[in-house]
Ligand binder design. Structure first.
Ligand code: TYD
Length: 208
């Protein structure tokens, strides 16, 4: 199926993914490579409607299972409508979050059994697997101060407590330990330029 390259960015909220994604896009485009930037949740029109439900702070009654399935509904649409066509046409796809986020937030954070996520992946993701993942790692304290300094109201996930957030961060780090070739952990408590330098260093280290 695949001809392009599929890169994902992960990390807890406030890790600075957007800045790095834009820098990487510029880097590839200067080399003449066509890049598609997308995100989860919300990489399609339908996905944006699902995103609104997921991030709405009023939805305190949303159950962990309903939350999980909404992320996977968004993902199913995103894969069919955006990711697979872009990869098939030879483009590089850079995605802000993918199913590593479900393993961190819904498994490590909410406690959903890993077998449920593995099963959903076999139905939804199939062979739309990512080639490289950059995990931008920051401390909980940095995450909190970056979210606060944005000056915007917190969304439903950002409003979660510290135990949840710590579990999510540890969930990401655990996945990185399990998949050291694919997931490259970057210290994101540095300047944007230094973070990008580290990303390029890892990119060059990976056999594409
Ligand atoms: P995002 O748009 O990355 O938020 P931000 O721009 O604030 O970093 O992601 C929205 C939220 O959804 C984020 O808190 C992480 C969460 N999320 C999950 O819980 N599970 C998932 O599978 C995905 C993709 C995101």
């Amino acid at each position: 199926m695949k001809k392009g390259l599929f890169i994902t960015f992960e990390g807890i909220d406030g890790a600075g993914k957007s800045t790095q994604i834009n820098m990487l896009r510029d880097y590839f485009e200067k080399k003449g490579i066509s890049v598609v930037i997308t995100r989860e949740p919300g990489g399609t029109d339908i996905g944006n409607k699902i995103r609104t439900i997921l991030l709405d702070k009023e939805n305190t009654a949303l159950s962990a299972t309903a939350e999980l399935l909404l992320y996977y509904a968004d993902r199913a649409q995103h894969i069919n409508e955006c990711i697979v066509p872009a990869l098939e046409s030879g483009k590089y796809v850079i995605c802000d979050r993918y199913y590593d986020s479900s393993y961190a937030y819904q498994r490590a954070g909410r406690g959903i059994d890993i077998s449920v996520l593995d099963k959903l992946n076999s139905i939804v993701v199939k062979d739309a697997k990512r080639d490289i993942t950059f995990l931008l790692d920051i401390s909980l304290a940095s995450s909190e101060s970056r979210i606060t300094s944005r000056g915007e109201a917190r969304d439903r996930l950002e409003a979660e407590g510290n135990t949840f957030k710590q579990n999510v961060r540890e969930g990401f780090l655990e996945q990185a330990r399990l998949c050291p070739d694919r997931i490259r952990t970057i210290n994101a408590m540095q300047s944007p330029d230094k973070i990008f330098e580290d990303i390029l260093h890892e990119l060059n280290d990976i056999k594409l």
